[in-house]
Design a protein around this ligand. Structure first.
Ligand code: BDR
Ligand code: CA
Length: 374
């Protein structure tokens, strides 16, 4: 079926009755991407209270900078876990990056340092020996929070029911523990949006599996089951929003983008230097394994969509995770044809406006860097 033609406002002509939730369009397969639609300034709610759950990580680092650079982001806290690097490096990187961005005031907490049942795996060949490529940041001054990350997530969600957007950019261990502690978490969050999975594309860690899910498939399965149960009990509960490799591998940064950043803020600038040093490693990794001298920037894309859902087109579907230990271990399985007869528990991204996203990433990080001086 040919895709419907986009109307000037971004709405496709003759679209079937798709649901619009909180700025996210969900529905028919042939919807066009929403380019332009959410460039309309946010009104009313204006700022989005965010908790980022990270395994920093080069692209997690860019996501943190993007959040710090975005006026509509109200960064409530950042929670950390092992993934790209061990939790000790992840929390240190995270605090150092927040300080670099002038946000040393943001609470940073660590959760469980190993997956629920699997052995810990990290990926220094992708993200460098300590998670931030060739970059080296000063020891952060702000102390680490004394709160346990899943406790923090639950406490903030209970304190502000229906307000917090939780953005998970690493394995789902912290979230799984949080839903064990508070099964009503899906009711209490405004939205959970995750970088995770590979739906209609191959995996980046095994033939069928994406890294964040691969690291802790049991946790991913538990989190998605919690959303499933909550939605069955109350169909008004917002579905999980999942951005897998299908869309995040469309968001690529290139050396020219780093040059554009430097042109905005100057080369003798701490943020530009950090981005350059971190991305140089990531570019080399992608040149070696993916055949292009650039980098997929998964996590800032997901953060951008959390702040502006109009950057993505989503389809609602029931999603589960294979944690059987077999060939497809860690695969995110989406039941596109409804074989299981389950209610959809997720809205899976099938299109993103990667051009607009990249423009914003360079512009916002560049302006932040310029404001932080040389
Ligand atoms: C995900 O895995 C990590 O390497 C990245 O930070 C991203 O969150 C992509 O598969
Ligand atoms: Ca990550």
């Amino acid at each position: 079926m040919p895709a419907p033609r986009a109307l000037p406002g971004g709405e496709p002509e003759g679209a079937v009755s798709d649901r619009e939730d909180d700025g996210v369009l969900v529905g028919g397969r042939d919807r066009v991407p929403l380019s332009g639609r959410d460039r309309v300034p946010l009104s009313g709610r204006d700022r989005v209270p965010l908790i980022l759950d990270v395994d920093t990580g080069i692209d997690d680092a860019l996501a943190l900078l993007y959040a710090c650079a975005s006026p509509e982001a109200d960064l409530v806290a950042v929670t950390c876990l092992s993934g790209n690097a061990v939790a000790r490096d992840v929390q240190r990187n995270t605090r150092a990056i927040l300080e670099l961005a002038g946000r040393g005031d943001v609470e940073v907490a660590v959760g469980r340092e190993v997956p629920l049942v699997r052995a810990l795996e990290i990926t220094p060949e992708t993200h460098g020996p300590h998670g931030i490529g060739y970059a080296d940041l000063p020891e952060p001054r702000a102390p680490l929070s004394t709160r346990f990350a899943p406790d923090l997530i639950v406490a903030e969600a209970r304190r502000r029911p229906g307000e917090i957007t939780l953005v998970t950019l690493g394995p789902l261990t912290n979230l799984a523990i949080a839903v064990l502690m508070e099964p009503r978490l899906p009711h209490l969050l405004r939205r959970w949006i995750a970088m995770g999975g590979a739906f209609r594309v191959p995996g980046n860690t095994t033939p069928t599996t994406e890294w964040n899910i691969h690291c802790d498939p049991e946790a991913a399965k538990m989190a998605l089951a919690a959303w499933q149960a909550a939605i069955v009990a109350d169909p008004g509960v917002p579905r999980a929003v999942l951005l897998g490799l299908d869309v995040t591998e469309r968001a690529r940064m290139w050396p020219e983008d780093v040059a554009a950043l430097a042109a905005r803020a100057g080369t003798d600038n701490p943020i530009v230097r950090f981005v350059d040093d971190a991305l140089r490693w990531y570019f080399e990794f992608h040149a070696r394994y993916d055949g292009f001298h650039g980098a997929f920037v998964h996590d800032p894309l997901v953060t951008a969509v959390a702040l502006d859902p109009g950057l993505a087109r989503l389809e609602s579907v029931a999603v589960d995770v294979d944690a059987s230990g077999g060939l497809a271990d860690g695969q995110t399985i989406a039941d596109w044809r409804g074989h299981w007869g389950r209610s959809p528990n997720a809205d899976v991204a099938v299109e993103v406006d990667s051009v607009e996203f990249l423009r914003r990433l360079v512009e916002r990080m560049g302006d932040l860097a310029a404001s932080r001086g040389g």
